[in-house]
Design a protein around this ligand. Structure first.
Ligand code: ATP
Ligand code: MG
Length: 161
């Protein structure tokens, strides 16, 4: 379905902001205009649920999570940045592999199976997008993904008549 991604993302963030139990502040850097994306809403909701719950899970008390949407030429770039424990450089690509978890001892008490980002990657790729992460150990993590923008149908001229 074609949805206005900005209003949709705003509602997802609202849901997390209303239910979060930690003192983590949310910052939204979203365009003011509507941006239409052709997507399976349930699947992209699963992607965002995992990315945002990871950000909360690995955030310290008093941390900040920044939600941003940037409009590129034919895609949007969505990012979720936290001020959490971070991910060592050498493990940054492995977090999208099934069952991969950075530090077994560290993450065991936080729960989870290590499947969330592998599923997120599958769904983003199925939508024609990409997903990646940047991080600095001890400073924080940003997860990025892109989705193609729905092209407005242009009426073809009947110049072949
Ligand atoms: P699940 O999502 O299945 O409940 P999970 O959260 O451990 O379990 P993923 O979401 O796939 O699994 O993440 C994989 C691993 O990547 C995590 O276990 C964690 O080590 C690391 N990771 C993911 N997001 C962050 C983050 N925002 N900050 C620090 N580490 C992260
Ligand atoms: Mg997860």
């Amino acid at each position: 379905d074609v949805v206005n991604f900005i209003a949709y993302f705003d509602r997802i963030i609202d849901r997390f902001e209303m239910t979060k139990e930690q003192h983590v502040s949310f910052v939204r850097l979203l365009p003011s205009e509507a941006i239409y994306i052709d997507m399976d809403q349930d699947k992209i909701t699963q992607v965002l649920d995992n990315i945002i719950s990871n950000a909360l899970k690995y955030s310290p008390e008093g941390g900040k999570i920044t939600f941003q949407v940037k409009v590129l030429e034919n895609t949007i770039k969505v990012s979720v940045r936290d001020e959490g424990v971070g991910i060592p450089k050498e493990n940054i690509n492995q977090i999208f592999e099934r069952f991969y978890r950075v530090d077994k001892a560290r993450t065991r008490k936080l729960g989870g199976t290590g499947l969330g980002l592998a599923i997120a990657k599958e769904m983003v790729v199925a939508h024609g997008g990409e997903i990646w992460a940047t991080s600095k150990d001890g400073v924080g993590t940003t997860i990025f993904f892109t989705l193609p923008i729905e092209n407005v149908e242009v009426e073809q001229e009947d110049d072949w008549l």
